[in-house]
Design a protein around this ligand. Structure first.
Ligand code: SAH
Ligand code: SF4
Ligand code: F3S
Length: 442
């Protein structure tokens, strides 16, 4: 079927923040091509920017494709991007014939050519991981909210035995200092007051600073700290192995670096960690957190957990509960192990029965929720800054984030993008309410 070149687009992103970032960059690219944003299936081109991390996430794309059929029987041009595209490639149009374009996470700068091919009625597939990175070929950053993502590092060389990311995103690559600083300045110029530096192993970022000296993520953070107009710096996701002394010191010294650290441990059992090919042990993890908390006593700790990794015994799961109690998380994500095609763990013996995983996940989440609620309650009466990010449900209500990444609701005549001082007056399990104290003049 030949179709006209699309005039409107819609990008829908699933998965991690890096995918959200890629989705924004694809939208900017399509705008630079003269296309306009449209709602869902009404758009001429729909890009499903997919996630392959767990089976449920990966299967979702197929039900989404089915739903794109319009009432009159027509459908938009459909592009599958992201990690499912990389992992399944040509298999996707075989399984869902309505897919026109398949494009991997390192190749989406070539979307314009792929769209041209698809407009001629041909299937277009690009899952290359070109040496010349996509970043150089993408248009400059544009319109942005007060809080922006900036990918500084791509890919992963860690090969945890359960994980698809090293296969879907490729090897660890750091973007250059210059490219990152330039993009940060563009984001700040477009209104960003907070930047979150992104990477699957963001703290493995290395490069040469503006004077040609080797430096790590801490160096980048210190450089951003000097950027006028930027108020807050965050980074995610970190791996325990790359938590350098210099980065920990940055948490002590850098005023704009927010007191929040997402540092996944996955399991509290050293035997399981070894089977996962996590190269840290629980003692290493706890020692890192001790040093981080020494550097920044009010830091909020977040993490990721997998329950039911092949061979995980009841006693080993209890060790996960134990480390959670030791650490006391401000928030965390926890998942049932999902066997992924091509990963070593998928072929391991002793897969844990679904019902056992369900029970373990429930117990773990109950504990984590309790800790999160307690962390929020501890904010009661505290004065803190809030960066206002979006409208709330009620008129006059805005929602922003505390330095500890808690959502704060507030009645105010301030504007989105303002940094306001509030007193926390109510604390729920998932968010806080604040009363404004004074407006930051900056
Ligand atoms: N690079 C990050 C996280 C990447 S994926 C890190 O190493 O911390 C985000 C989270 O998804 C992981 O931390 C892990 O908890 C979870 N995850 C990854 N693969 C999974 C799988 N096969 N089944 C269940 N959870 C998984
Ligand atoms: Fe996946 Fe492990 Fe790499 Fe994180 S460090 S992306 S969990 S392989
Ligand atoms: Fe998912 Fe790919 Fe991110 S698998 S978690 S979208 S890197």
């Amino acid at each position: 079927m030949k179709s006209a070149k699309p005039q409107t687009y819609h990008v829908k992103s699933f998965g991690c923040q890096m995918n959200v970032y890629d989705g924004e960059r694809m939208a900017e690219l399509l705008e630079a091509e003269g296309m306009r944003a449209a709602q869902g299936g009404e758009a001429d081109l729909v890009v499903l920017n997919t996630c392959h991390i767990r089976e449920k996430a990966a299967e979702k794309v197929y039900s989404d494709i089915g739903r794109l059929k319009r009432e009159d029987g027509s459908r938009p041009m459909i592009a599958v991007a992201g990690c499912v595209a990389q992992a399944e490639g040509a298999e996707i149009p075989r399984r869902a014939a309505s897919v026109d374009i398949v494009v991997g996470p390192q190749a989406y700068h070539r979307l314009p050519q792929l769209i041209a091919t698809a407009s001629q009625g041909k299937k277009a597939l690009d899952t290359d991981m070109p040496v010349q990175s996509k970043f150089g070929a993408l248009p400059a950053r544009r319109r942005q909210g007060p809080s922006a993502f900036l990918t500084v590092q791509e890919g992963c060389d860690k090969f945890c035995t359960y994980c698809v990311v090293p296969y879907t995103r490729g090897a660890e690559v750091s973007r250059s200092w210059q490219a990152i600083i330039e993009e940060a300045k563009a984001l700040i110029g477009a209104g960003a007051r907070e930047i979150t530096l992104l990477g699957q192993n963001v703290n493995a970022w290395t490069g040469l600073d503006d004077r040609g000296r080797p430096c790590g993520l801490d160096g980048l953070i210190r450089a951003l700290d000097r950027e006028p107009g930027l108020e807050r710096i965050r980074y995610t996701t970190s791996h325990p192995n790359d938590m350098t002394a210099a980065l920990i010191e940055a948490h002590r010294d850098v005023g704009k670096l927010m007191p929040f650290l997402h540092l996944p441990v996955q399991s509290g059992s050293d035997r399981v960690l070894q089977a996962m090919n996590r190269s840290h042990r629980t003692a290493d993890y706890l020692a890192i957190l001790e040093r981080v908390r020494e550097a920044r006593p009010d830091i909020a700790i977040s993490g990721d957990f997998i329950v039911g990794f092949p061979g995980e015994s009841d006693a080993e799961f209890e060790e996960t509960l134990k480390i959670v109690k030791r650490v006391n998380y401000a928030q965390a994500y926890s998942f049932k192990y999902s066997p992924r095609p091509g990963t070593p763990a998928a072929d391991m013996d002793q897969q844990v029965p679904a019902q056992v995983m369900d029970e373990r996940l429930q117990r773990l989440q109950a504990l984590l929720n309790e800790q999160q609620h307690a962390f929020n309650r501890a904010a009661m009466g505290r004065r803190t800054s809030v960066l206002l990010e979006r409208q709330g449900r009620r008129p006059g209500q805005l929602i922003g984030k505390s330095p500890w990444l808690q959502s704060v609701h507030l009645e105010t005549d301030a504007m989105i993008g303002d940094l306001v001082e509030v007193e926390i007056v109510a604390a729920g399990p998932n968010s806080l309410s604040g009363a404004e104290i004074m407006r930051n003049a900056a």
